[in-house]
Every structure is written in structure tokens, then in C-alpha cells.
Design a protein around this ligand. Structure first.
Ligand code: G3H
Ligand code: ZN
Length: 279
């Protein structure tokens, strides 16, 4: 199946009252596992590559994007490719040519006026180049220690932000935090609904690894459409590698990357089904 567009996945999920899971790709094994897991769940999925993952690949976006797109193109479900947490304008300007249909421009470290100005300009560029553009207001805690945990997105400010910037989707701070390895986040479901009612754009939950399955479902019922998930896959991946490497005679990477890929696929299958079936 050819690559899907993030816009079409978001609009279909929103109008059906479902969520769509977006999983972080770091290695080729992640892209394979996410696609296989979503296929097993029978749900659409978004493969997202972050600016940090591009940095890991020596700053080269094309190889990992091309590999992910090729894996997605063989899937029996709809898969879109998203460039995540982009702060670097040069990387933003590579997005369309690298095969992404959407990008999250992250100016959330800036104050409101500067965030609006930077996001508006990124959204204009993105729209001129056929991209679906996500942005963030009220930084989600935990990322690089740069944000204050406990911060929340204000519904009125969110409405103004979306109108002024013309972004297509909005990431909101509602109690989740990036890179949690325990699923103990406490989401503000009333706030999600207030923001959903105030804002025309679909809402995105970041830092979803720290949110329990039941709360992910409740978040989608309250108004979240895109659910961003990364760390919990790496907990599974690294756990499987660690277990395999307990055998000191093991040297073939397929013997530890294979189990890691299988364990990630199992987590993806469960979470993709969870967010796409919120009832
Ligand atoms: O944009 C990516 C996500 O917000 C992933 O967050 O690694 O805490 O699940 P997480
Ligand atoms: Zn995020």
C-alpha cells in the first residue's frame, strides 16, 4: 500500500472518535516492529522520526526516512511518515523531500508571542510544501529537562494560538511528561475536553509512555486524536536485548535484535489497538 498522509489518518480517526498512535522510530528494527504490530492490530499507524533520532543517525534524515517509507509501503495497513519535534529550520526544510507528509514544529520553549511567530512561519512553509503541521503550546514536561513539569495548556490561549498560526494539529500539556519509564502520569481529562471544545484543530498527546492503557482510552474519549509513544518501546527493546546478551557466547546481532523487534511489535499491537478503540 502506498504511504498514507498524516492528514487523512488524523481526519479519519477524529471523525470516528478514535485515536491514532504515532510511534517513535530510532532504528530500522523499530520501523519493522511498529509496522508489524499495527498490522497485527489492524489499525493505521504513524511512524515518527524525531530530530533527536536524526541526530543519532549522524544528522542524516534521508536513510532512516527512506528505510521507514519502504517498510511502510509494504504494509497491509495505512502508514504515514511524520517528522517529530523539529527545532532546526534546516531539518524542517528537508521534510517534504525526505518523504514525510507531516511535521511537528517545536517552538514550545519560546514564550507565547515568539512561539506564535516561529510556528506561523513554519506552518506557512509547511503548507506551501504540502505538509500537515503540528505545533505545541504549553511545553510537555520532561523533554531534555528544559521544560517545567506541571505546566498546562490554557484553552483560550490554545484557541488563539491555532487561529494565529494556522497549524493543523496541536500538542497540549495536560499532565503527561516525556521519557517516563513508569506509567504513573495523571492526566487532566477535563482540561483535554475544554481545550478540544475551544480549539478547531485535533489534539496530540506527547509523552504517552507514562500513561496507563485505561487513561490512554480516556484521553481519546476526552478529545486526544494523535497519541505519541516512544519510551515504552525502548523499555521493551532494551529489556529483550539485555536478556539475550545474558548469554556471553552470543555475537550475532540478529539473535538479540530479533527478540527486541518481536517484543516491540507486541507492545505496539496492544497500544495501537488501545488508542484506536477507546470505548
Ligand atoms: O514525540 C514523542 C513522544 O512524545 C514520545 O514520548 O517517549 O515519553 O512516550 P515518550
Ligand atoms: Zn513528544
Amino acid at each position: 500500500m502506498p504511504l498514507a498522509g498524516t492528514r487523512q489518518l488524523m481526519e479519519a480517526a477524529r471523525s470516528a472518535g478514535r485515536g491514532v498512535a504515532a510511534f517513535n522510530v530510532i532504528t530500522v528494527e523499530h520501523a519493522e516492529a511498529i509496522t508489524a504490530g499495527a498490522e497485527a492490530a489492524g489499525t493505521p499507524v504513524i511512524l515518527q522520526i524525531s530530530e533527536n533520532a536524526v541526530a543519532y543517525h549522524n544528522g542524516k534524515v534521508l536513510p532512516i526516512a527512506a528505510a521507514s517509507a519502504a517498510i511502510a509501503a509494504e504494509a497491509r495497513i495505512e502508514v504515514s511518515l511524520h517528522l517529530d519535534h523539529v527545532e532546526d529550520e534546516q531539518l524542517l526544510h528537508r521534510a517534504a523531500d525526505a518523504g514525510f507528509s507531516s511535521v511537528m514544529h517545536d517552538a514550545s520553549k519560546l514564550d507565547f508571542a515568539d512561539n506564535v511567530a516561529a510556528t506561523r512561519s513554519a506552518a506557512r512553509w509547511g503548507h506551501d510544501h504540502g505538509l500537515y503541521v503540528e505545533a505545541e503550546l504549553g511545553a510537555v514536561g520532561g523533554k531534555g529537562g528544559a521544560h517545567t513539569p506541571g505546566v498546562r495548556t490554557d484553552p483560550d490561549e490554545a484557541a488563539r494560538f491555532v487561529t494565529d498560526t494556522e497549524v493543523d494539529a496541536l500538542a497540549v500539556a495536560v499532565g503527561s511528561s516525556h521519557a517516563m519509564t513508569e506509567r504513573t502520569a495523571s492526566l487532566d481529562f477535563d482540561l483535554i475536553t475544554e481545550i478540544r471544545d475551544a480549539v478547531p484543530a485535533p489534539l496530540v498527546l506527547h509523552g504517552s509512555s507514562g500513561v496507563a492503557d485505561t487513561d490512554l482510552r480516556a484521553a481519546v474519549r476526552s478529545g486526544i486524536v494523535k497519541v505519541n509513544i516512544g519510551t515504552i518501546l525502548n523499555v521493551a527493546f532494551t529489556g529483550a536485548v539485555r536478556q539475550a546478551l545474558a548469554d556471553p557466547s552470543l555475537v550475532d546481532p540478529r539473535k538479540y535484535l530479533g527478540p527486541a523487534r518481536a517484543d516491540v511489535a507486541a507492545v505496539v499491537e496492544r497500544l495501537a489497538a488501545t488508542v484506536s478503540c477507546p470505548a
